[in-house]
Design a protein around this ligand. Sequence first.
Ligand SMILES: [Zn+2]
Length: 164
Amino acid sequence: MGNGETMASWNRGKSAAMDWLLAHIDYAGDECLIWPFARIAKGYGELGAPNRKMQYAHRVMCTLVNGPPPTPKHQTAHSCGRGHDGCVHPRHVSWKTNGENQLDRRIHGTINVPRQRLTVRQVEEIRARKGLETQASIAKRLGIKVACVEHWQRHDRPPIRLRP
Ligand SMILES: [Zn+2]
């Protein structure tokens, strides 16, 4: 999906896979959401749409949740590191540049938090809004990345020192 395209360009209702994605935009389960349809050899879900070539399911989900990629070079990153298992969890995907994505992969399993300046108060708010507001909405309101919200809602205690 190219930069600037809108979801209106998708022909809803003609693709069971697209309907499934749309039905799971607000999915809030703790576990990864595994794509139940066709997957390519590497394990990533694929999505057919009328008059379009195949799309990666996680990329379409990321667009639905976070909007179009900020630049054509942005990739869909998985905070869970399970893209190859077909995860399309709306809260596990975010746009990252290749460099950011590589960094994530390197540090995955230890800490996975965007290097952003947050106050203790912001972190408290992020946690307080868990389940009450979408992560994309919180991120937009606070002017931070969705992955950052996802991180602070997932971990009970901060793995890194907070700046005042
Ligand atoms: Zn996942």
